[in-house]
Design a protein around this ligand. Sequence first.
Ligand code: SPD
Length: 281
Amino acid sequence: MSKLELWFGDQYEKERGRYLQIRGDNVLKKVISPFQEICVVNTPAFGKVLINDGIIMLTEADEAGYHEMITHVPLCVHPSPMNVLVIGGGDGGTVREIIKHSQVNKVDVCEIDEKVIDICREYFPKLANSFDNKKVNIFFEDGAKFLDNRKNQYDVIIVDSSDPIGPGTTLFTEDFYNSLFKALKEDGIAVTQLESIFWHADFIKSTFGFIKKFFPKSFYYYTMVPTYPSGMIGFSFCSKKYHPIENFIAERANQLPSLKYYHSGIHRAAFTLPAFCQNIF
Ligand code: SPD
């Protein structure tokens, strides 16, 4: 008798006719929170995988490329990033990277779903232990509503969201980018998760349509994540003052401890886009 095999992949993209499959050995946890289904699967190829509403959020094997790039790029450009906000990021990977920066005094985290943090504390302690750092304050709120009450407060805001469906939908609107602009100090930088140039170019282009209304300096940059749809994912770099390459502080990047992906060469290279999308954002 053949062994029953568990295969899974990104359900959102499957509906669009494209689907990476990963074999799972067993489901470690499956919970329906008030916001989404949260699932942790053990896999032979990628270690433990966190899947929310059928969409891969992270795998132990390749999360570093995502979390290091969403974090160190803005924090190695802003000259004095003391007050940082993370919207989303309930697994703790982004906070783990932020607290490597000694200049940072305070990290606020606004995660809509308390269950994500609980589950990640249990199954991904190497990421979620970062929430125990004394600089970290956690708020369980919708990110868009949280920003409504905050003006001129943060040096850097990192939007470590899920996809533009489900609980993350409000984080991809023009109003949200307007709120990001207002919540930043006069020289602030926001970085947001912004999908794949291969599969979501129209969406990225329309998002940049309103990013450019608010931020004088805006750029798309990317990282490689084999288990995300198309094997890569990008970010918007939204800045009031600083340029991601001209104001890059390479010495700071070179001093960061225990990195798997980020270094000063990758920082610069990440903003160089393939020919087909060089001029569309
Ligand atoms: N298509 C999936 C994109 C998920 C991006 N964020 C995941 C959270 C990792 N901290």
